[in-house]
Design a protein around this ligand. Structure first.
Ligand SMILES: [Zn+2]
Length: 117
């Protein structure tokens, strides 16, 4: 548990960087689903002649989206430690405040507004 304000701010920055990485990966997988599935299936079919790879690649890609989405949904708020994007019934990946303590996304400390020093 961070003790000084400096350590606490570093913990917040690390948490937001982790969140941005998870978020970027999720949106990339979602945006590239159709072209990525067809491209990967074409590459697999070219390298290993077979005709069943498109549905399989699509299912694996969807599983990857689900796995990354699950990890994003489990992102812990740096202030309260509860899940930032989901409450007990709903996952909202576009949320800008914590579902439990209303901490603003990208806040530099537990008390500051986003972008404030
Ligand atoms: Zn919170």
């Amino acid at each position: 548990m961070p003790e000084t304000i400096y350590e606490k701010n570093l913990a917040f920055e690390a948490a937001w960087r982790d969140l941005e990485r998870r978020s970027r990966m999720l949106w990339l997988l979602l945006a590239a689903y159709l072209p990525g599935t067809f491209l990967l299936a074409w590459v697999i079919n070219t390298l290993f002649p077979q005709h069943t790879s498109l549905p399989l690649v699509g299912i694996v890609w969807m599983a990857a989206i689900g796995w990354v989405g699950f990890h994003m949904a489990r992102f812990a708020c740096p202030r309260c430690g509860a899940t930032f994007f989901e409450n007990w019934y709903f996952f909202k990946p576009l949320r800008n405040t914590c579902a439990h303590c209303d901490l603003a996304r990208r806040a530099k400390s537990g008390d500051a507004a986003p972008g404030a020093d």
